[in-house]
Design a protein around this ligand. Structure first.
Ligand code: FE2
Length: 234
């Protein structure tokens, strides 16, 4: 655990394992069905199910809210609360309780054959979207992540000032990637990745040919009080 904490502090990014596969399987089934239903509604341009409308209106993002169907939020919370990252995060932030953002946590569906989704992969850090400087995004694949599934290119934190600048230019000048230590993790079902709000990342399609479905769950230390984040205890 000590090494993992050191790496989290140094790189802002970790790959971990040991997910409860029983709970994962239950959520996977429900969420896969929810996405199939959302796709059907989207084909018919049917906006009658309010919880699915974000998926239908912004298909490039491929996201459904954490509470999009019955029990999806409770089950996700149960799944995440058992993960090692929760104890690591308590040490990382020196706090005794962890909260999660119900509005910033999402289920994600990425089809490598959908042009709009392929184009939607801007380089960013999550800290650009909310003010807080202490957060961790936990990405749990129901399928897989990377390799034959769409994944992420991740730029672990670096102290090197030149590299920091180059990361931000890597979208326009692809060759710069050669000089940076980025990772394209292959995450099997049962493993997960975590990164903080300062980590630059982008969606990757590469040679993937399978649909990726995953959970993105955002946690915060107990001392954060920002009403915009809809924080709840885990
Ligand atoms: Fe992101």
């Amino acid at each position: 655990m000590q090494n993992k904490l050191i790496n989290l502090k140094k790189f802002g990014y970790l790959k971990l394992e040991n997910i409860d596969l029983d709970i994962l399987g239950v959520i996977e089934k429900k969420i896969t069905n929810a996405f199939y239903e959302a796709i059907k509604l989207s084909i018919n341009k049917d906006l009658s199910r309010e919880k699915f409308n974000h998926f239908i209106k912004k298909k490039e993002r491929g996201s459904l809210d954490l509470d999009c169907i019955k029990e999806s939020e409770e089950l996700s919370k149960e799944l995440i609360s058992k993960l090692e990252i929760i104890d690591l995060a308590k040490e990382y932030w020196n706090c005794n309780k962890i909260k999660y953002s119900s509005s910033l946590s999402k289920f994600r569906y990425v089809d490598p054959n959908d042009i709009s989704q392929i184009k939607y992969s801007p380089l960013h850090k999550d800290g650009d979207f909310f003010e807080n400087k202490e957060s961790i995004n936990i990405c749990v694949p129901f399928t897989g992540y990377g390799g034959e599934y769409p994944g992420l290119q991740i730029f672990p934190l670096t102290d090197n000032k030149l590299k920091k600048k180059l990361i931000q230019k890597s979208s326009r000048f692809k060759f710069i990637n050669l000089f940076l230590n980025s990772e394209r993790p292959i995450v099997e079902r049962g493993s997960y990745i975590c990164f903080n709000q300062d980590i630059f990342h982008r969606r990757t399609i590469d040679s993937s040919n399978k649909i990726r479905i995953n959970l993105e769950f955002r946690i915060f230390p107990n001392h954060i009080n920002n009403p915009d984040l809809n924080l709840k205890d885990i």
